[in-house]
Design a protein around this ligand. Structure first.
Ligand code: PLP
Length: 453
């Protein structure tokens, strides 16, 4: 490889990065990652880092899985590309569709493929509207989502998402998408117990349906655990109440499983962890453990049969819907998750171990709350534990300082404002969890010292 400085210079000159502060990038240069194995990454300077984020919440089976690489290579040689439009299909897409129907909850037996989570959510917007039109209810168009949710970066994905800084760029949201408050007890719970707060935030959905009119509302979409919004683990009362509302009102429930799917919460899907029965589940990320881009929408029998009964055509699809090489990689990834019992190992070993160790960070003077569920977690930085207060300096300053210490210490953690988050590969061992938590603690000490200086 050329020297790092040369790579950084070319990167800064030509590469427009997603979600990156350009001034900071130009000042410091990109971290150029050149190799990975298991839960570790190496940059071009030879620094080894524990990847506490599994890439972007996606490398569930860890790096360096030769089975996936071999399956993709074989498929490339056999049939590198063909489409699934106009009544064509191919063996890997058929095998993956069957496998997903087998893994999904019983009432879900269909899948529409896309290239990413964003495309999956664009599909969802059109699919629910098409579904209600096929039921003779074309006015049921509005999708209710949540503030601070993340559902992708396309126009519809970013509109479904509730990130105001994303809406501000490009005049979003698109019409017929509204947002209710998130169930973020730590930040917004005030004097309520988590249980009371969970119920109150769920009932905001009913109030929004009443405000809009049930005959106008098509669906409610949410991540079982809000990820990019800062790993917002809902109080236990939240999802049962949401399910009740969706059952009683004529509203489809969409669980965005792009992060929570494929073992992240200790079950195959986050919906199972929270015991909910969604009509649609957008998926991506852990579907292929990120080895190749692929996403899709898992579709319940009720919605799929609506289409089939309609007999018409869903005028929607992507060149790469069901890409054969991505399907072969995804299928092998799912076989690894199954054969190595990775999902049940998260529930029985890794998640309880992480909860215990990560929870201890809650004793640190800089931490207002340490929380985790399955293998996602967050710690809230605060200058005042008791009051759960924000910092006097600009929000995100402390988080950024902490993130930089993490990189220097050999740990990848992400910051969302002043919340530090983790989502490591599901195969992380107990010793590697020890390393992650020990390094995180060291970085908190360094951040505290910086903030005092
Ligand atoms: N939905 C959720 C919950 C996500 O976290 C993401 C990405 O982080 C997306 C959708 C978008 O997926 P992609 O980046 O593959 O388009």
């Amino acid at each position: 490889l050329p020297p790092t400085a040369e790579l950084q210079q070319k990167d800064a000159a030509h590469h427009l990065h997603p979600f990156t502060d350009t001034a900071d990038l130009n000042a410091k240069g990109a971290r150029v990652i050149s190799r990975a194995e298991g839960v570790y990454l190496w940059d071009t300077e030879g620094n080894k880092m524990l990847d506490g984020m599994a890439g972007l919440w996606c490398v569930n089976v860890g790096y360096g899985r030769h089975e996936i690489i071999d399956a993709a290579t074989r498929q490339m040689q056999q049939l590198p590309y063909y489409n699934t439009f106009f009544q064509t299909s191919h063996p890997p897409v058929i095998a993956l569709a069957e496998k997903l129907a087998q893994l999904a909850p019983d009432h879900i037996n269909h899948v529409f493929f896309a290239g990413s989570g964003s495309e999956a959510n664009d599909t969802v917007v059109r699919m629910v509207r098409h579904y209600w039109a096929s039921q003779g209810k074309p006015d049921k168009k509005v999708i209710i989502s949540r503030k601070n949710g993340y559902h992708g970066s396309t126009m519809a994905g970013a509109s479904l998402g509730g990130m105001s800084f994303m809406h501000a760029q490009g005049g979003l949201p698109i019409p017929d998408i509204t947002h209710i408050d998130q169930p973020h007890w730590y930040k917004e719970g005030g004097d309520m117990s988590p249980e009371e707060f969970g119920l109150a935030r769920a009932r905001a959905l009913e109030e929004e349906i009443d405000r809009l009119g049930e005959d106008k509302v098509a669906a409610f979409i949410a991540e079982p655990i809000q990820g990019a919004g800062g790993v917002v683990i809902p109080p236990e009362t939240y999802w049962p109440e949401i399910q009740r509302i969706c059952d009683e009102r004529e509203i489809l429930l969409i669980a965005d499983e792009v992060i929570c799917g494929f073992g992240r919460t200790g079950q195959w899907f986050g919906s199972q962890t929270y015991n909910i029965k969604p009509d649609l589940m957008p998926i991506a990320k852990g579907l292929s453990s990120g080895y190749l881009p692929i996403g899709g929408v898992l579709v319940s029998d009720r919605v799929a049969e609506g289409f089939i009964a309609d007999g018409g055509e869903f005028a929607h699809g992507y060149t790469y819907s069901g890409h054969p090489v991505a399907c072969a990689a995804a299928l092998t990834n799912l076989e690894i998750l199954e054969q190595e019992n990775i999902v049940s190992d998260v529930a029985s070993r890794a998640a309880p171990y992480l909860a215990e160790k990560w929870g201890q960070l809650g004793d640190h003077p800089l931490i207002g709350q340490a929380r985790s569920k399955g293998l996602v977690g967050a710690i809230e930085l605060t200058p005042d534990k008791a009051a759960r207060a924000p910092f006097a300096v600009e929000a995100g300053t402390a988080g950024l300082i902490c993130r930089e210490h993490c990189f220097a210490t050999g740990l990848v953690m992400r910051h969302v404002g002043d919340t530090m988050i983790i989502s490591p590969p599901l195969v992380i061992s107990n010793e590697e969890i020890d390393e992650l938590v020990e390094k995180a603690g060291r970085c908190l000490d360094l951040t505290l010292a910086d903030l005092k200086a």
